[in-house]
Unconditional design. Sequence first.
Length: 360
Amino acid sequence: MTAPRTTRGAASPPAGGVPLRENRVFRAYWVGEAVTLAGTSVHGVALPVIAVLELDASPGQVSLLAATATVPAFVLALPAGVAGDRYPKKRITIGTDLAAAAVVPVVPVCWAAGALSVPVLYAVALLLGALTVLHQAASTAIVPELVDRAPMHPANATNVRVSGPGADPIDWRLLDGSHPDNQEEWLDLIHSDESILLQRDGEPLRTLPRGPSTGGHMTSMSTYTPATVEALQAVELGPGQRYLELGPGPGVSLALAATVTGLATGVEQDGHMTAFAQRNLDRLGVGATVVKGDALEGHKPRAPYDRIHSGIGVPCVPAPRVEQLAPGGSLPWQFLDGGRQDEGRLQRDATALRALLGDA
């Protein structure tokens, strides 16, 4: 049967874009953020020093002062993220900087008036902490509005199925999260309990136009975050473990695993997705590597692994996975045989596993 012909929307592929080092607006943004960060670092050190040298604060008061500065990060992180996505980011970044500039002089003014006290420092630390959280949320979210969208498009693109069940060929619509017309729908989608559809039929990810297209089938997706976290918790990851993921797709779960273990390897069969995932992982700097290969064969050069995880169902456990599992290691797997589906987990025991594979 001939596969349905894939057609593209009328939009032309995005241009290469201006490198960030040559982007005047981004350079101005970078300098401004550097100054803001320097100011935040200075007051983080200065307030405890003032408390000790000027107010003879006790160790307990200094500790409470440091804790007060971190409270907004726990209380305001989620609301600040929503504000950074939904409201004018430029106004938030400038407004928080101006507000911080107004709060900082409170300390010298109170000192000059003889009214400086530890509670005043608590209040200043709390206000500056809150302004910092709001500023960081908006300053991160504003980047897509400052630079060319072309370099960012692949990381912010996802497909939406338009056709109903059973349709052939399937109609799709590509959303670009960095485009104003798509941003709200894209944000709703990535924060929903739906998996994110990324790639059809192994297509390149850096030249996809925004808009409608027809035909093809999904070859890569990113499972919504709660399911990803649940799957990784079931693997029982720990620091220092060697982790192998088979079929990591864009690398979301691989990045989370590497954050816990410190070292993680993924095997992805599609070359475009391999390169896409590795670029994103390199930006994060979490110690994760994606290699192109057959997920059924694992990745022998870095074996053995303490944990091997795969979302790909198989009718039996492939021998290379067992051979690459370290003694005491864990291997969850999905069993698929016709219409039957089940799940299981293997612990590395040489005699039992050889018997399972028919080698005993």
